[in-house]
Design a protein around this ligand. Structure first.
Ligand code: ZN
Length: 127
């Protein structure tokens, strides 16, 4: 015996699915744009953070997790890799510049000036 309840149920499901699919199709471009914006903002944040941490990375001051984050970003981002290379080259140049000893007595003059500045009595007398 054939009942007509099943086709009605199927039609209802089919109608609900069609409605859901058409609303999904309407929202798809908006969702795609939102996902694209999220990914782009995330990449920009990674660039910003990488640039901020580049000095610390070059000086081996980062913890292993952030070191890995920087290295992964440098593998994927040509702009940050270029910034890294430039900063590394600049560091090599500045390390190669010869150092000159400070004039005799400079250290003691700076320290006594700092002591005088931090001592309120000395500050009052010097006015
Ligand atoms: Zn980057």
């Amino acid at each position: 015996m054939v009942t007509f309840k099943q086709p009605k149920a199927f039609r209802a499901v089919d109608s609900a699915l069609s409605e859901w699919l058409s609303s999904l199709v309407r929202w798809l471009p908006i969702l795609r744009q939102k996902a694209h914006n999220l990914l782009r903002n995330s990449a920009m944040n990674n660039c910003e953070q990488t640039r901020q941490w580049l000095d610390a990375y070059l000086d081996n001051e980062l913890d292993p997790v952030n070191t890995l984050k920087i290295e992964q970003h440098l593998l994927a981002c040509a702009a940050c890799l270029q910034a890294y290379e430039e900063q590394r080259a600049l560091g090599q140049v500045t390390r190669a510049v010869p150092r000159y000893p400070a004039p005799a007595g400079l250290r003691e003059r700076i320290l006594s000036a700092l002591r005088a500045e931090s001592d309120p009595l000395t500050s009052i007398h010097s006015c």
